[in-house]
Design a protein around this ligand. Sequence first.
Ligand code: AHG
Ligand code: MN
Ligand code: MN
Length: 332
Amino acid sequence: MKPIFLTQFLIEEQRAMGKITPDLRLLLEVVTRACKRISIAVGKGALGGVLGDAGTGNIQGEAQKKLDVISNDILLEANEWGGHLAALASEEMDHPHPIPEQYPKGGYLLLFDPLDGSSNIDVNVSVGTIFSVLRKPEGSSESTEADFLQAGTQQVAAGYCVYGPSTTLVLTIGNGVHQFTLDRELGSFVLTQRDMKIPVDTKEFSINMSNERFWEAPVKRYIDECVAGKDGPRGKDFNMRWVASMVADVHRIITRGGVFMYPLDSKTKDKGGKLRLMYEANPMSFIIEQAGGAATTGRERILDIAPNKLHQRVPVIMGSKNEVDLVTSYHA
Ligand code: AHG
Ligand code: MN
Ligand code: MN
């Protein structure tokens, strides 16, 4: 069978479905080209001098790794000049990044977590990039932070790249979820799975168990019941996986099912949760729902949340639909 390259896939979506505009196609080409550069930087490891701390911190009070900064710079550089964007926002930048004066501005807003799973960089475990695309609201001329504060349901595209044993791109433009694998010889993403679907049931959960004593009762109940296995109320044995890179954990779940949780706990309650709504929870929820899964905070659908600030954090429960529904029902 003839390979379908990302460019061809996007052109066909643009032609046949009218799903994407030429500007959105350019945006997706440019973002994924940036991901290829990040993939190369990640792959060089110690030889590229990319490991270790940057010696700086971000607005969330987290120490930045060199690769957090490098990946952020690569995404900025790639997206500034094309004329498709009104502004960009990143987990690693305090405020939205305007398009420099010398370039034309476009109708889209791009948000990203440039390097997800930073704690895994120095130990050679999978990391990734997550991105989300919104339309710039009509009427406003200069882009402001308020322009970005749109519910996840307003996303026109979302995707992530996993830099693992292979580099994989998973993308939605609102008509299913499609997987591309980077052909390293050609330097091109090739379509390797159309219309990914998450199994509705699972026997696998993904949570940082070291936080157990901080969890709320509904999550504790759900995990206790999974751990009780065959002898417990669920009547089946469960397995546990926690990579500590959301991209890698969610990618496993999209591939073979499971439930991923970073729930509200007493450690992160004051901040609203651990994971970031605009750069992590929203794009991943869009992808998960498009693949037939579900995503909630335990109390509400993530995509329905009206954001109140750019760096807002939320609890996250996502994956196989029946399991997410069950954990959510325990919160009711
Ligand atoms: P980031 O590296 O972008 O800050 O995100 C890390 C996130 C997420 O990828 C992962 O699921 C979680 O933090 C891991 O948290 P713990 O270290 O608390 O397990
Ligand atoms: Mn992250
Ligand atoms: Mn990050």
